[in-house]
Design a protein around this ligand. Structure first.
Ligand SMILES: Nc1ncnc2c1ncn2[C@@H]1O[C@H](COP(=O)(O)OP(=O)(O)O)[C@@H](O)[C@H]1O
Ligand SMILES: [Mg+2]
Length: 140
C-alpha cells in the first residue's frame, strides 16, 4: 500500500478504491489522524471499491457501520466516541477482526492494543497547502 498526497476529497475516495482492489479476507486497516483529515472519505472509497452500495451518512455517531453487499463484507468502526476499550469488546470487536470480512477503524490510535499484529496503519495529515497526506506508518 503506497503513501500519497491527495489534493481533493475525490482523490481520497479514489485512493480508497485503489486500496480496496488489494483487500483480502481478514485484512485490518487502522486509520489515524485528526478530524477532517479525510478518513471517512477514504472509507467511502473502500466500500464503493468493494462494490457495496453506499449511503453518505457519517458513522461518527455509531460505533460500527456494516457494508455487506460488496466483494467482501466491510466493517467500519469509529473509535472517536469510544470511552474505553471494554466498550469495543462488548460490541464484539474481536468477532469482526477475526471474522469473514475486512475491518477499517477510524481513530484507531485511541486503542491500538485492541488491534491484531497484522493491522496496517494509515496516517492522515493536513498539509499546509490544504492537501492531505495519506501514509502507511508503523503502529503507534
Ligand atoms: N484531499 C482531501 N481528502 C479528503 N477530504 C478532503 C480533502 N480536501 C478537503 N477535504 C474535505 O475535508 C473533509 C474530510 O472529511 P472526512 O472524510 O469526514 O474526515 P475525517 O473522517 O478524517 O474526520 C470533507 O469536508 C472534505 O470535503
Ligand atoms: Mg470520520
Amino acid at each position: 500500500m503506497s503513501s500519497i498526497i491527495s489534493a481533493s476529497a475525490e482523490e481520497t475516495v479514489a485512493h480508497g478504491q485503489t486500496v480496496a482492489a488489494t483487500l483480502r479476507r481478514g485484512d485490518v486497516l487502522a486509520l489515524s489522524g485528526e478530524l477532517g483529515a479525510g478518513k471517512t472519505h477514504f472509507v467511502k472509497g473502500l466500500a464503493t471499491g468493494l462494490g457495496a452500495p453506499v449511503s453518505v451518512t457519517s458513522p461518527t455517531f455509531t460505533l460500527i457501520h456494516e457494508y455487506a453487499d460488496g466483494r467482501l463484507p466491510l466493517y467500519h468502526f469509529d473509535f472517536y466516541r469510544l470511552d474505553d476499550a471494554d466498550a469495543a469488546l462488548r460490541i464484539g470487536l474481536d468477532e469482526y477482526l477475526f471474522g469473514d470480512g475486512v475491518c477499517v477503524i477510524e481513530w484507531a490510535e485511541k486503542f491500538p492494543a485492541l488491534l491484531p499484529p497484522h493491522t496496517r496503519w494509515l496516517r492522515f495529515t493536513h498539509r499546509d497547502d490544504g492537501a492531505r497526506a495519506i501514509e502507511e506508518s508503523p503502529a503507534p
